[in-house]
Design a protein around this ligand. Structure first.
Ligand code: HDD
Length: 725
């Protein structure tokens, strides 16, 4: 079946619908057993008299209960907590020079996609806001079969060889004796592992950065991590790294905020994705590639096959070639989000693997895990996993087989089935592996080109803005502060000292510790009898000391689309001010909630009834990007005396969000802890300082407020003007 052409209704994996039943439109249908027998009462079990024992004969009860008892399947061993959406991928720059993959050549087709975002360490029911890597897995249903890009929101990984994967995951998961802590790396076993496994150092820098606390899945970058290969129609190959660039920019929340959100709304990211799609604010990413010609394989001071290294965008720019739009929420969480099975080995002709030892091991793990998670070898028949390309082969039977293969031929070669299915030659689009030349000894060893564990960790740290660096220091103080074994903390300080002496010193200060005078180089990959210095990277031409692309401070900050803004109001609010600011925000695509001490409506100063969206009790400032307080004597008096409203504002200030007030609402701000940090100029002019906007002209305030929200956060006020909240 061809992919849908642009201009028709959103492309879709139509086969998903084959078995679907819409409970909302199944009007007039009788309730039945799973075998089609109409049920006349499913609320009372069959009993020996109204007060008697339940009878074993009750097949209606037994069937309902048995199905229920088996409703849960094992959660994913990692990435258990996830949220997903359907969408489309549209190419705008054909890549024929580099790959023959059809979906990367034809700008006319819309390729359906299904994307699942996730955290890594937590269980299915854990909070979205854990400090963690985020999974970013994309299934492209291309005409030539499914291509799964199973990536993360960070471009590197903790380990270089997948044989270590069980170790790093055991270390980060809750400790086995007491199953504590949930969805958190801040504990002994994780840092014990990391401090002895210095190849993790670069990834640790990312995990301790704000990237680990996304504001939204819609505001995260995605990375394929490994270096893959592209192969063109002539059989010429090049190396490639895949990127997703969010059109809303890359934004994060503060750590204190993240912890609060986990309590106030553990589904914050899931809800955000779902709501945005329901509102028609379809999340969008551009798809990018970094191409490295084969002959440049050894040009860089890092090894392209080493998954703990990135290719700085300043060295190899990201070429944007297409756009992905997520435009439909799943109909059923279990059927789609839970049962989707991604696999790094699902590739299509024109894309191929490299010898990255992390990638190679993943090729085994993904099918293996689905066998136990989804119960057998036929998980490709689950609707969400079915390709839109036709499937014909001689695989048969097994648990949960859905396909009914007709005829007697299930082997190749055959004449009983007319020789079908035929193997596809090269001209028919048959997949052929890239003919890489291999001539090697079998060994269990790491290439010395993988031994530099610190240069890019330092590059990442150096590339951050001051607030981002401060957050990393705080994150490390927090995480290591939770580590109970002093020797582990000490070892980590020695590791950090090799990344940046200032960073290590600041973390050490927070921990009340000293870094040993002569830190040893801990690097278990280097042979024990070798001189560590002999494994330091040789600086090559073009080596960088900073990569601005790595800092979120340099992200796009030009829009407030889909940002959530709170308006605090009570009876007596000045409707004109509220409406002016609210309408200006809505016109820019923001989402606005009027929040009052109670639900229902409030009565404005000129008696208008204003609908209240949320009560102060059910929300918190951590669930919003900015807050505005309109004037009006009674409203101001109520809010001034309302502890939850003052707390709301204090928290918004503490988390560096934009805050606006018009007219006499300045009085409400004066009841906060940050009052004395407000601009002194109290004249009619609209004043904006570090994201706090005060003025009498609601139109002017709205304009400046919008500019401030687009900046996302005013991190520069965080350290010098810290307040309690
Ligand atoms: Fe993995 C799931 C991403 C290394 C083994 N992985 C999984 C998911 C993502 C990633 C996004 C969730 C897919 C979904 O939403 O269903 N994994 C990565 C990245 C890695 C990585 C970016 C490094 C570059 N993974 C990795 C290694 C192994 C695994 C080295 C084992 C050798 N990953 C798995 C798994 C999972 C998985 C156990 C659990 C559930 C699943 O596969 O379907 O097989």
């Amino acid at each position: 079946m061809p992919n849908k052409k642009a201009g028709t209704e959103p492309a879709d994996n139509e086969k998903i619908k084959d078995l679907s039943i819409n409970t909302e439109t199944a009007d007039g249908q009788f309730m039945t057993t799973n075998h089609g027998v109409r049920i006349n009462d499913d609320q009372n079990s069959l009993k020996a008299g109204p007060r008697g024992a339940t009878l074993l004969e009750d097949f209606i009860f037994r069937e309902k209960m048995t199905h229920f008892d088996h409703e849960r399947i094992p959660e994913r061993i990692v990435h258990a907590r996830g949220s997903a959406a359907h969408g489309v991928f549209k190419l705008f720059k054909p890549l024929g020079e580099f790959t023959k993959a059809g979906f990367l050549n034809d700008t006319e087709i819309e390729t359906p996609v299904f994307v699942r975002f996730s955290t890594v360490a937590g269980s299915r029911g854990s909070s979205d806001l854990a400090r963690d890597v985020r999974g970013f897995a994309v299934k492209f249903y291309t005409q030539e079969g499914n291509f799964d890009l199973v990536g993360n929101n960070m471009p590197v990984f903790f380990i270089q060889d997948s044989i270590k994967f069980p170790d790093v995951i055991h270390a980060v998961k809750p400790e086995p004796h007491n199953e504590i802590p949930q969805a958190a790396s801040a504990h002994d076993t994780f840092w014990d592992f990391v401090s002895q496994n210095t190849e993790s150092t670069h990834m640790i820098m990312w995990a301790m950065s704000d990237r680990a606390l996304p504001r939204s899945f819609r505001m995260m970058e995605g990375f394929g991590v490994h270096t893959f290969r592209l192969v063109n129609a002539e059989g010429v190959a090049c190396f490639v790294k895949f990127h997703w660039k969010p059109l809303l920019g890359v934004h994060s929340v503060a750590w204190d905020e993240a912890q609060n959100i986990s309590g106030k709304d553990a589904d914050f990211h899931r809800r955000d994705l779902y709501d945005a799609i329901e509102n028609g604010d379809f999340p969008e990413w551009e798809f990018g590639v970094q191409i490295v010609p084969e002959e440049d394989e050894h040009k860089y001071e890092f090894d392209l096959l080493d998954p703990t290294k990135l290719i700085p965008e300043e060295l190899v720019p990201v070429m944007r070639i297409g756009k992905m739009t997520l435009n439909r929420n799943p109909d059923n969480f279990f059927a789609e989000t839970e049962q989707v099975a991604f696999h790094i080995g699902h590739i299509v002709p024109g894309i191929d693997f490299t010898n990255d030892p992390l990638l190679q091991g993943r090729l085994f793990s993904y099918t293996d895990t689905q066998l136990s998670r989804l119960g057998g070898p036929n998980f490709h028949e689950i609707p969400i996993n079915r390709p839109i390309a036709p499937v014909h082969n001689n695989q048969r039977d097994g648990i949960h087989r859905m396909t009914i293969n007709k005829g007697k031929s299930s082997y190749n070669p055959n004449t009983t089935g007319g020789g079908c299915p035929f193997q596809a030659g090269k001209m028919d689009g048959g997949f052929t592996s890239y003919a890489e030349k291999i001539d090697a000894n079998k060994i269990r060893e790491r290439s010395p080109s993988f031994f530099d564990h610190f240069s890019q960790a330092t590059l990442f740290f150096n590339s951050q803005s001051d607030p981002e660096k401060n957050h990393m220091v705080d994150a490390l103080r927090f995480e290591l502060g939770k580590v109970e074994t002093e020797a582990i903390r000490l070892r980590m300080l020695m590791v950090l000292n090799q990344v940046d002496k200032g960073l290590a010193a600041q973390v050490a200060y927070g921990l009340g510790m000293h870094i040993p005078e002569t830190p040893e180089l801990i690097n278990l990959s280097i042979p024990a009898d070798a001189d560590p210095l002999s494994y330091q990277p040789v600086k090559k031409e073009g080596s960088l000391t900073e990569s601005p692309a790595l800092s979120m401070a340099n992200t796009i900050k030009d829009s407030i689309r889909t940002r959530k803004i709170a308006i605090l109001a009570a009876d007596g609010v000045m409707e004109a001010e509220l409406t002016t600011v609210k309408n200006s925000l809505l016109a820019q695509g923001a989402m606005v909630d009027v929040i009052a001490p109670r639900l229902g409506t409030i009565t404005g100063a000129t008696s208008t009834q204003i609908t209240v969206d949320k009560s102060l009790l059910t929300v918190a400032s951590v669930l919003y990007d900015a807050v505005y307080v309109p004037g009006g004597a009674n409203s101001v008096a109520t809010l001034e005396a309302e502890a939850d409203a003052i707390h709301f504002l204090n928290e918004a200030y503490k988390h560096c969000k934009a805050i606006a007030a018009t007219g006499d609402a300045l009085q409400v701000l004066e009841a906060t802890y940050f009052a004395k940090k407000l601009p002194e100029d109290n004249s009619d002019a609209t004043v904006m300082r570090e994201g706090v906007i005060i003025g009498t002209d609601a139109g002017n305030v709205a304009k400046q407020f919008i500019a401030a929200i687009a900046q996302h956060r005013f991190w520069e006020r965080e350290k010098p003007r810290k307040i309690p909240a």
